[in-house]
Design a protein around this ligand. Sequence first.
Ligand code: MRU
Length: 349
Amino acid sequence: MTTPSAIIWSNNQLQLLDQRILPVQCEYLHYQDPFAVADAIRAMVVRGAPAIGITAAYGMVLAAQQITNTPASVAAWCSALAPAREALANSRPTAVNLFWALDRCDQVIEEQGNGGKLLQALTELAVQIHAEDIQINKRIGDFGASLIPTDSIVYTHCNAGALATGGYGTALGVIRSAHRDGKIRGVFAGETRPWLQGARLTSWELMQDGIPVTLAIEGAAAHIMREHRPSWMIVGADRVAANGDAANKIGTYNLAIIAKHHGAKVMVAAPTSTFDANIDGPQIPIERRPAEEITHSFGKRIAPEQVVTSNPAFDVTPAQLIDAIVTEHGIIHQPNRDKVLAHLAAAQK
Ligand code: MRU
């Protein structure tokens, strides 16, 4: 069995697998309105940096579909699409793939906005971004797997799998490729409070592929790493900065420190669309999510009324704690600014 697609484009309509209710229910929601797509991204119907970018591109297609009087110029298209673009851009702040995808849509508007083929061009772009992502993840998977010793235990956090991407996954792509190569004895998946992406999504994805997975709470990570000696901790990223720092799901930074203490190496698996060469780690915008996500559990209050809360959705792991960043173009060992910028420059050739 393979993991169902997080995103389906069919009959000029967008369908998103509702990841909030997985794995108990497997239901697709249908979208024809870009503002509803922005709400779906914010509400976590779809999540994971590459999947958010792909969804935003389809959101722009839906926005173009809604415009009945075809604008005659680039400027007219831009102003007609601006409200939807802004809603999509404001849906989640950390995953840079969202802005990368919207920028690619802007380029197409710039190139095609004076002719009558913009809707078709935007549709082709979104479909291409979606299809390319799967191939990119397979390449990341193979590069990453080359670093994994045989008979490895590995540790992962959140869900950087097929559900978080166009398919195959980044961190889980590495694990899939390494498992295919006979290198994986077992995977530990941290549950990932408060949305439980590890418990609900990663363990489900790996079980569907027959990859041996053990689910544990985050608080068990140090104990598990001492007992089971994982060779690598493998995670995805929402934004990799110019200096090699990487933002990922809250708790990744803790885990990188624990991994280092126990001799496990730290791998960040991410496409180059997740890189932001314009800023360093401390400047990465960190999404703050509603208090209810931690004061309530499954709709029921678990914390005292009026308790003060802090609910950052991401943290930034400093480059010094990262042994390898793996992209579709290869491996950046012991990342730093020079290596990251050289990697991105080579990728553009
Ligand atoms: O809040 P989420 O579920 O969107 O967070 C997802 C992550 O942190 C993933 O690890 C990251 O986006 C990489 S997905 C390939």
